[in-house]
Write a protein that binds this ligand. Structure first.
Ligand code: FAD
Length: 470
């Protein structure tokens, strides 16, 4: 029997997609590459995932775990060899349990992130992981990439939000690690090993997640800034004033927002400042466990102090929840506007927040001096030191010339990031796109340890080959 026939026998023909049915699953979100596969399979239970993995191990077939396929580094799609099996998790979408008193919920890996947030909300709790792709990414993909997003400043990234995991190993065993414990010092932390491993060590089938009290009120402000340095000054000012109540601090260049408004004309800028023309904007969110308006008054006072100190040009505090949502919508539309505009060179970098302003000033100047026609499109999660340090290349460039420019610009940016103690992948992972960068910049001992872990757990090398470690 062939592998394909065995998969059909195991899952039924409707859950083993081939030919045209498989096509939508074979191209990554950013359309870097389209791969080929024996099949795209859709198991509905942990046992089915384990059975599929055992079959793939028997036939030595590469396994590509896939969530919502919203990743930005082409980690969830196969190469062109046609030998891989894509394991799409969409049918494993049950909320297994919510323990309100323990503030935990256990969900399957194929739950869409927005559905996890919604289930928590219905139980009167908050699951704080939040990102632009939350309507289509899966919690399993979020954990496999250790996703960040807009609330990391207060709640941490995906790793900090998971207490336990259920994982199918590359041998098809099931590790039952769904513990809802906040303390458990019984040896190596396998949970942290699988989180962020981008499907190279096993398939996450379920997770026990941390929940938090739902904030009673949220206040959102949109501010215009004279320069990037002022953004970091305001960040420090509001952190000092509000501590853990500051749950979001996003920064966006004026070019990013102009592009959003051009691409989506129904969206409006909350502030229109003429003089001095703001170069940067920021979106701030405060969450409060108490109701009432006292926090809003304090927020306005701190922003007006910042304005007096010339750190802010203008500010708008949302008058209603829907206005706050409109502010967030602008921020979350940047990635889509860039995708619509065309040839974009992207970086997902992090630096100590104290070094970001110098980085932006110096590296902007280097890039603009060296390459004509670049449009800087920088935005990101300033509170976490994470910038999507992107730039649009002239649309007229040929594919070959664009790729050359992209390689040169990325090397320049990443050299500068690493020289300043930063990371070349803050939250999106390595996938296929950043494999060379990882080899170049990672500490050699650290990289060798990672390779040894991979070999120990996946000696056949069937889990997502070509990704992360290649
Ligand atoms: P996929 O893209 O399907 O997979 C990603 C990786 O995880 C692949 O290597 C895949 O093999 C592996 N994988 C998937 N599921 C499993 C599993 N169950 N077990 C083992 N391995 C698995 N990311 C951020 O971190 N922060 C942001 O703010 C952010 N904003 C975004 C905004 C937009 C508009 C878009 C399109 C993307 C954004 N992303 C962001 C990137 C992306 O949404 C995240 O990386 C997300 O966590 C990927 O989830 P997914 O389910 O789509 O995973």
């Amino acid at each position: 029997m062939t592998l394909l026939q065995s998969l059909i026998e195991c899952l039924g023909p409707s859950n083993v997609l081939t030919d045209a049915d498989a096509q939508p699953y074979l191209t990554d979100w950013r359309r870097y590459s389209t791969g080929c596969a024996v099949a795209v399979v859709r198991p509905a239970s942990t046992d089915e995932v384990a059975a599929v993995v055992k079959l793939c191990a028997k036939y030595r077939a590469p396994i590509v775990p896939q969530g919502g396929n919203t990743g930005q580094v082409a980690g969830a799609t196969p190469d062109r060899s046609g030998t891989a099996v894509v394991v799409n998790m969409q049918r494993m979408n049950r909320i297994r349990d919510i323990d309100v008193d323990n503030e935990t919920m256990t969900v399957e890996a194929g739950c869409i992130l927005a559905a996890v947030q919604q289930a928590a909300r219905e139980a009167g709790k908050l699951f704080p992981l939040s990102l632009g792709a939350e309507g289509s990414c899966f919690i399993g993909g979020n954990l496999a990439t250790n996703a960040g997003g807009t609330q990391v400043l207060r709640y941490g990234n995906a790793r900090e939000l998971a207490l336990g995991l259920e994982v199918v190993t590359p041998q098809g065993e099931v590790w039952h690690g769904l513990r809802g414990l906040r303390k458990d010092n019984t040896g190596y932390d396998l949970r942290d090993l699988f989180i962020g491993s981008e499907g190279t060590l096993g398939i996450i089938t379920a997770a026990t997640l941390k929940l938090f009290p739902l904030p009673q009120t949220q206040h959102t402000a949109f501010i215009a800034l004279p320069d990037f340095e002022s953004a970091t000054l305001v960040l420090n000012r509001v952190k000092k004033a509000f501590g853990a109540a500051l749950t979001g601090f996003e920064v966006m260049s004026e070019q990013c927002l102009s592009l959003v408004v051009k691409t989506f004309p129904e969206q409006r800028m909350p502030i229109n400042c003429q003089r001095p023309a703001p170069e940067w904007f920021a979106l701030l969110e405060l969450s409060d466990s108490e109701g009432g308006e006292h926090r809003r008054d304090g927020f306005e006072l701190v922003l007006s102090d910042a304005m007096e100190a010339s750190e802010i040009i203008d500010a708008a505090v949302a008058a209603s929840e829907s206005q706050g949502a409109a502010f967030w919508h602008l921020r979350e539309s940047i990635t889509l506007a860039l995708a619509a505009e065309g040839k974009c060179i992207k970086h997902d970098i992090s630096l100590p927040t104290s070094r970001l302003a110098d980085f932006v000033r110096d590296v902007d100047a280097m890039l603009l001096a060296r390459y004509t026609g670049l449009r800087m499109m920088v935005f990101g999660h300033l509170g976490d030191g994470n910038l999507h340090y992107n730039m649009l290349a002239p649309a007229t460039l040929s594919k070959a010339r664009f790729e050359q420019l992209e390689a040169q610009a990325q090397a320049l940016v990443h050299d500068q990031v690493v020289a300043r103690g930063g990371s070349i992948s803050a939250e999106q992972g390595i996938g296929q796109r950043r494999v060379e960068d990882l080899r170049r910049y990672k500490d050699p001992v650290e990289l060798a340890l990672m390779v040894r872990i991979k070999q120990a757990l996946d000696p056949l090398g069937i889990m997502n080959p070509g990704k992360l470690l290649a």
